[in-house]
Design a protein around this ligand. Structure first.
Ligand SMILES: [Zn+2]
Length: 259
């Protein structure tokens, strides 16, 4: 399968879960890396707003034409060459207090260890685009690690809790449900009849109901009104990761993307 700039099917990309500013997709490794950074930024109370991510060819053509009409062609790459077309760049509204690019500039070393850097093409003496950040897997020391909420971990999560442990529970539920459903579909089994949770870090009745249902699938019984041991989050995450690895090992060879 040849991967062409600006013509990557959305199914080959991953939605960035922890940004605000609409639905944003990136190549899987870049998307995981940005989610990891977003969770660090969130734990510090910073916003994660971005304006742009993967861009298809037609959009790049339109943007290029718009900038060229203003005599500023260099503000948009030649269609077919932009890192946005590979799903390896985001624009993070550096001028806004909640802009993810602003956090990345203030935490450049951390951003770099997760593969995200402010590239030379966006720095002086050329056209300065402080909002434009790119991903390089070679820099990423946490490559493909699952995003984890930052902050203190509780032993037990109680219904009504909010914070990192509650968010971790919600993420584990969503991962377990999603990858479990792919496995179930392949085996010809019906999917889990629970919805994906909104990742708001508040473990209310909906989160607990879904968590109890998914844990039953693992033969772990949590009675209504009982807290959920944090260990269950670890178990669900581990099972989800295993399912994800099985899914990826079944993908056809030649899936490596060009840089
Ligand atoms: Zn950009």
């Amino acid at each position: 399968m040849t991967v062409v700039n600006g013509r990557i099917p959305l199914s080959d990309l991953r939605r960035v879960e922890h940004v605000t500013g609409g639905a944003h997709y990136l190549r899987r490794d870049a998307s995981l890396a940005l989610d990891r950074l977003c969770l660090i930024a969130k734990s510090e109370g910073h916003g994660t707003y971005i304006t742009d991510s993967y861009r298809d060819y037609a959009t790049q053509v339109r943007l290029r034409a718009e900038w060229c009409a203003r005599g500023l062609c260099s503000y948009a790459a030649t269609p077919g060459t932009s890192n946005h077309g590979w799903g390896l760049a985001f624009d993070g509204a550096d001028s806004r207090t909640d802009g993810m690019a602003r956090w990345c500039h203030a935490n450049e070393k951390t951003a770099n260890t997760h593969g995200w850097h402010w590239p030379h093409c966006a720095r002086p003496p050329g056209v300065v685009e402080r909002w434009h950040w790119e991903y390089s897997p070679a820099l990423d020391r946490h490559r493909n690690e699952q995003p984890q909420p930052q902050g203190g971990a509780a032993d037990m999560i109680n219904e009504g809790d909010s914070g990192p442990a509650a968010l971790a529970l919600q993420m584990a539920c969503n991962d377990y449900r999603h990858y479990g459903n792919v496995d179930r579909e392949r085996a010809g089994n019906p999917p889990f009849e629970v919805k994906a949770l909104k990742l708001d870090g508040k473990a209310g009745p909906l989160t607990f109901g879904i968590a109890r249902a998914l844990l039953r699938d693992l033969d772990i019984r949590v009675d209504t009104g009982d807290p959920i041991p944090a260990e269950c989050v670890t178990i669900m995450s581990r099972m989800a990761t295993r399912a994800q690895q099985r899914i990826h090992s079944l993908r056809p060879p030649g899936d490596a993307h060009a840089q």
